[in-house]
Write a protein that binds this ligand. Sequence first.
Ligand SMILES: Nc1ncnc2c1ncn2[C@@H]1O[C@H](COP(=O)(O)OP(=O)(O)O)[C@@H](O)[C@H]1O
Ligand SMILES: [Mg+2]
Length: 262
Amino acid sequence: MTTMVIEAQDARRRGTTMSTVAIEARGVGKAYDEDDVRVEAVRRVDVTIQRGEMVAIVGPSGSGKSTLLHLLGGLTTPTSGHVLVDGTDLASLDDDALAAVRRDHIGFVFQAFNLVEVLTVEENLQLPATLAGLDRSTATARIDELLDLVGLTALRSKRPSQLSGGERQRVAIARALVLRPAVVLADEPTGNLDSVTSRQIIDLLHDLHRAGETVVLVTHDIKIAAQAERLLVMRDGQLTEHEHDSVAEDVVEVIDRLLDTT
Ligand SMILES: Nc1ncnc2c1ncn2[C@@H]1O[C@H](COP(=O)(O)OP(=O)(O)O)[C@@H](O)[C@H]1O
Ligand SMILES: [Mg+2]
């Protein structure tokens, strides 16, 4: 792990963060060219994710939500604009440094869980620690803490195929947190889950937020989105901030209207 990353993590643990901004996007765009057709998946998006925020991004299918999340986490290179993670402009990094930022600063949670099937729950959590060169006792303590947090201590020796969908997603969320990322980016994490299990996963993300984590949650479920403290609406590649008060039902109505007009 780089010295910079260790310092950042130490600073976070002490609560004396280097900056209050986790991720900043400035005029970020992503265009795909296919067969002479240009698709502008994301258009000139400006957004700042503050540390400790829980942000929901909602929008219809194809509006650019996943592309934006990938841009924010350095999984995709923008065709215009800049993304800063923990104050570092991703465009200034070579491939190795970019991979290190992704690994050490960003925790991704995907709809399809993306667990390693041949590894146990515990080994899936050890993987990022090993890749980052975390020493064994630190890693073990962190993994124990996370298994407890997501309620999977008793299932630590199971393989993903032996788990329910909700349990798999809890493993994926724990895995995203192993290296104490600046931000957790979750792309429709309940997309493959039934409504009861979805509720549990969203409750877990809210618990993480209350415990101080920064969470960006992409969803097409307006009821889920309405519960986040900050709501962004994606339409045709563009992002609009949506002011909302604490009355969730009002927000659901407003978003319903917004999505209807697409
Ligand atoms: N790798 C890609 N190549 C070409 N077009 C893409 C690619 N990824 C996404 N797109 C297009 O960009 C637009 C936004 O997609 P996406 O970000 O996946 O939206 P959402 O997550 O909101 O459903 C869509 O029109 C999609 O077809
Ligand atoms: Mg998507």
